[in-house]
Design a protein around this ligand. Sequence first.
Ligand code: NI
Length: 167
Amino acid sequence: MALREILHYPDPRLRTVAKPVEVFDDSIRTLVKDMAETMYAAPGIGLAATQIDVHQRVIVIDITPDKSDLKVFINPQLTDLHGETVMEEGCLSVPGVYDNVQRAERIRVQAMDENGKPFEMAADDLLAVCIQHEIDHLDGKVFVDYLSPLKQQRIGKKLQKRQRVAL
Ligand code: NI
């Protein structure tokens, strides 16, 4: 296993639309392990492969405080969206920035696990928001896209400055 480097907004590679996984081999299982390790080390509650510059439709999520419930979603698809909720979101690719985003409150998602086995599940509240946030990454979207243009500009400047300093 290995920690992978997380891309930071406004890195243009975060805009790449990920391709579906077609072959469920050891390289996918290694990717999932590396993503879980990278997410836990950050620490974060979700990570999409896009964020480590791998453009395949793979997501890991664990919203438990004790890292006890790793969920893996490969080729995830939302099948049902209900209600509305507003939550303050953050993102490992947008360090230090938190803001309110409106999303569906309850969802159903179809996906496959790291062995290619299909499953479907319902999710609400934080888990539902997290799944929607991570699927956005696979489509090249970042949560700041939902904020006002002025806020997006400020966040972009702030993070560019931070990257220059971090050299
Ligand atoms: Ni994110």
